[in-house]
Ligand binder design. Structure first.
Ligand code: 5GP
Ligand code: ZN
Length: 115
């Protein structure tokens, strides 16, 4: 828990969110500003600032994040149509919230390469 962190406040319930999935390691909710018909954020319950924050120490947690995302795409019926996982990191990566989160995007064709 980091006191000034928006996503820690979402996990604690201090800031409301629209829950999609929850387990011992992660919590998932709808993005407040969706960029696709489905736009879900999967966040770790433990506060890590980014995906590469002490990543070797957190190998099991990073695995749990990906496995949970796979459960969520199944739950949301995105497996057949396809989807995209995004982890924005740092300034050039476009990260705006410094608590590890994985975006799940789906429900429309997504362009590549990103802007
Ligand atoms: P980033 O740009 O760091 O990869 O992604 C942060 C995401 O958090 C953005 O897509 C933004 O819309 C979302 N977000 C920011 N504040 C809130 C909030 O208070 N509630 C929810 N549900 N999403 C938020
Ligand atoms: Zn946090």
């Amino acid at each position: 828990m980091s006191n000034d962190c928006l996503f820690c406040k979402i996990i604690s319930g201090e800031i409301p969110s629209n829950k999609v999935y929850s387990d011992d390691h992660v919590y998932a909710f709808h993005d407040i500003n969706p960029v696709a018909p489905t736009h879900v954020l999967v966040i770790t319950r433990k506060h890590l600032s980014a995906v590469n924050d002490r990543s070797e120490e957190h190998e099991p947690l990073l695995g749990a994040l990906m496995v949970a995302a796979n459960r969520i795409v199944k739950q949301l019926d995105l497996e057949e149509s396809g989807f995209r996982y995004v982890i924005n990191t740092g300034s050039h990566g476009g990260q705006t919230v410094f608590h590890l989160h994985l975006h799940i995007l789906g429900g429309r064709p997504l362009a590549w390469p990103p802007g």
